[in-house]
Design a protein around this ligand. Structure first.
Ligand SMILES: [Zn+2]
Length: 137
């Protein structure tokens, strides 16, 4: 609780990562790119540019980013974290850890599991999925 979450700064959620895949091999302005992915424009200037994402300057010194190159760069920098079904990601330990003393919670259609990291004791949340549709079959 209260740990600053600086470690995974700039990591995109699943929906945003899907948007990354549909970026074109063309130059985007930071505004266009952030709109496409669904992030704040600040995230490009304060996180990705300092991290060295692919970038060019036009003749008026405006920042331009190639969509396809950015997508490739993102997947290399933010290496995909593979989790086992019985694991959840701990941002303090920076790895998947076993789910311990799970408590299943529900919020509308959203089902999630609260647990505690066995290494550092941090409170963890794992979203299982919005279970919509499963009962509709
Ligand atoms: Zn931990």
């Amino acid at each position: 609780m209260g740990n600053p979450e600086i470690v995974l700064k700039g990591r995109l959620d699943g929906k945003q990562r899907n948007k990354l895949k549909s970026l074109f091999n063309m130059m985007y302005s930071p505004k266009e790119l952030s709109d496409e992915i669904g992030i704040k424009i600040d995230q490009i200037y304060t996180v990705y540019v300092p991290l060295g994402c692919p970038q060019k300057r036009d003749e008026r010194n405006h920042l331009l980013i190639n969509g396809k190159e950015f997508s490739k760069w993102y997947s290399e920098v933010y290496v995909k974290i593979h989790l086992m079904p019985n694991e959840t990601f701990c941002k303090t330990c920076k790895k998947g850890v076993a789910i311990q003393n799970p408590k299943e919670k529900k919020k509308g259609n959203l089902v999630y599991i609260l647990s505690t990291c066995p290494n550092c004791g941090r409170g963890l949340t794992k979203i299982l999925s919005a279970k919509r549709g499963e009962n509709d079959k």
